[in-house]
Write a protein that binds this ligand. Structure first.
Ligand SMILES: *Cc1c(COP(=O)(O)O)cnc(C)c1O
Length: 349
């Protein structure tokens, strides 16, 4: 029987995930048959998870972090909203987020019975004044995005944290994609910069770990208690995760990637990816396209629909923003030579 082969990354410009680092791939394979959801049985991988949280703390400026390795940014965002909802004293909770927030917040609101209120953005970033009009005494969580899914833009996190504090809500930062590039920029986004409470950061995106490896971090252990559920049949007595049985491969792989790459390897990757994004933006501008200035390594430009379709038919995997722009995510597998042949195909068109 012919074994199916996964796609290669040679023409993938649309994904927020990438080829895992070799050390991360190896660790994922080694820990395939482990379950950190049962720490009494799978002790080694449980220790690795503690290490993963420590390392994620280093990346996000938190000397004493608590949290866990989630199945991805979606679970981390759902759990952050759940913490905020459980902690608050209201029967009619709402979450305020910029319109640029990831669709996982819609899932969170739906699953948790919370109202999601989204405020228009200005220049692809959250507008704290527009968000201020939506908060009230039933607001349990105010969301800031650090590295938006569509444009890679960073919200004014300190102003959003102030707004959250004003109404005694938690401030959650979604750095699912941006978390492993932001430390090398001037943006204020992490636990050391501002009074944020919870944060999403995914090793399986810019962190170069194998899927599934997301991350939820909280400022103090106390916040995790909001998630604790008793577990009668396990040796451990309570569980804070949303999933029960879960992948030890993701946990081990996240540790391997971070031990290998934090900080020098991630810095180098950020510099290469950013230079690629700027190069591509220049090339597109030179061809007369309107380009959204890249802030982090994401490029969006107003290519026509037929042009984007032609690129797709040539095997390029590109995606579109809600506004219809073509979007390229300069992940670690996206090299300059890949982008050169992409641009050459554009010129052919
Ligand atoms: C990718 C992404 C998510 C969702 O993460 P998954 O790992 O796909 O569940 C959430 N927020 C942002 C900003 C993202 O880029």
């Amino acid at each position: 029987m012919q074994l199916a082969e996964p796609q290669d990354f040679e023409r993938v410009l649309s994904s927020m995930c990438t080829e895992p680092h070799p050390a991360a791939r190896e660790a994922a394979e080694r820990f395939l048959a482990t379950n950190p959801g049962d720490p009494g049985t799978y002790e080694t991988v449980s220790d690795l998870e503690t290490r993963a949280v420590e390392l994620l703390g280093a990346v996000t400026g938190h000397p004493d972090p608590a949290g866990y390795v989630t199945s991805g940014g979606t679970e981390a965002n759902i759990q952050a909203v759940r913490i905020a909802r459980n902690r608050a004293d209201t029967s009619d909770p709402n979450v305020v987020a910029p319109a640029s927030a990831h669709f996982s917040f819609t899932k969170a609101a739906n699953v948790l019975g919370v109202e999601l209120r989204t405020a228009p953005t200005t220049g692809h970033r959250a507008d704290p004044e527009a968000m201020a009009e939506l908060v009230d005494e039933d607001t349990v969580c105010v969301v800031a995005v650090a590295g938006s899914t569509e444009y890679g833009y960073v919200d004014p996190v300190p102003a959003i944290a102030d707004l959250a504090a004003d109404v005694d809500a938690l401030c959650h930062v979604d750095a699912a994609w941006g978390g492993f590039v932001l430390p090398f920029t001037d943006h204020e986004w992490d636990f050391s910069d501002t009074a944020i409470d919870t944060l999403t950061i995914d090793p399986h995106k810019m962190g170069q770990a194998a899927i599934p490896a997301g991350g939820l971090l909280v400022r103090s252990e106390r916040l995790l208690d909001e998630l604790a559920i008793e577990t009668p049949y396990l040796e451990s007595t309570s569980q804070v995760t949303l999933t029960g049985t879960r992948s030890g491969a993701g946990v081990a792989s996240a540790v391997a990637a971070m031990e290998e790459l934090w900080p020098a390897g991630y810095r180098e990757q950020y510099e290469v990816s950013m230079a690629n994004a700027e190069w591509l933006a220049d090339q597109l501008r030179a061809r007369g396209h309107d380009v959204v200035d890249p802030d982090l390594p994401v490029v969006a430009a107003d290519l026509s629909v037929p042009m984007t379709e032609e690129l797709r038919s040539r095997g390029w995997r590109v995606s579109k923003t809600g506004a219809g722009e073509m979007r390229v995510v300069c992940m670690p597998h996206v090299t300059r030579s890949m982008l050169r042949s992409f641009v050459a195909d554009l010129d052919w068109y």
